[in-house]
Design a protein around this ligand. Sequence first.
Ligand SMILES: CC(C)(COP(=O)(O)OP(=O)(O)OC[C@H]1O[C@@H](n2cnc3c(N)ncnc32)[C@H](O)[C@@H]1OP(=O)(O)O)[C@@H](O)C(=O)NCCC(=O)NCCS
Length: 162
Amino acid sequence: MDKLKIRKAADADLQEIIRIWKRNIKTINTASDIADLFYSFKNYFLVAVYSDSADTNAADTTSAKSKNKVLGFVGGTIRNGHGHISGIAVDKEYRLQEIGKNLLGTVERKFLADNFDRVTLEVRKSNRGAISFYEKQGYKQLYIIKGYYADGEDAIVYEKRI
Ligand SMILES: CC(C)(COP(=O)(O)OP(=O)(O)OC[C@H]1O[C@@H](n2cnc3c(N)ncnc32)[C@H](O)[C@@H]1OP(=O)(O)O)[C@@H](O)C(=O)NCCC(=O)NCCS
């Protein structure tokens, strides 16, 4: 039976992370921007996969054997001394199955384990779906940055104390 698994991203997952990021997030980040973030903050980049529970190598996060199809990712980073969500996305066909919630919860626990007890993120003002999602995960609106995105859209900055 397939079971949702959240695991640390391996180098072999980078191309899938880039694909999911570019497909699902309105961004000007290039593949090389995403790769730079990934290599700088590897501990906080996680992927969601459906793993076969019969896979006895599932604990080995780097082996090609346990690498299944990537359904979503979270890209955590450290910014100004606190945890930051640089990107999170789940491919459309796998949404509303608590994958986003599990990705975010897992990276928050990793931040906390490293003594970062505050997490921030920016979201486009028009991204109602992501705003509902973040608010349900306990994020509180801090302030708005006018014209933050390259196309002139405002960003809402959110924060969570974990
Ligand atoms: C935001 C996103 C990651 C959520 O992932 P997901 O796996 O579908 O979310 P979950 O199933 O874990 O949802 C958790 C909760 O948020 C709610 N939620 C998720 N997406 C929602 C939406 N579009 N509208 C309203 N509520 C939503 C769910 O209903 C659920 O609520 P519940 O706990 O009361 O049942 C996903 O919609 C996505 O990839 N969006 C495109 C990329 C994006 O905008 N990323 C954020 C900007 S960086």
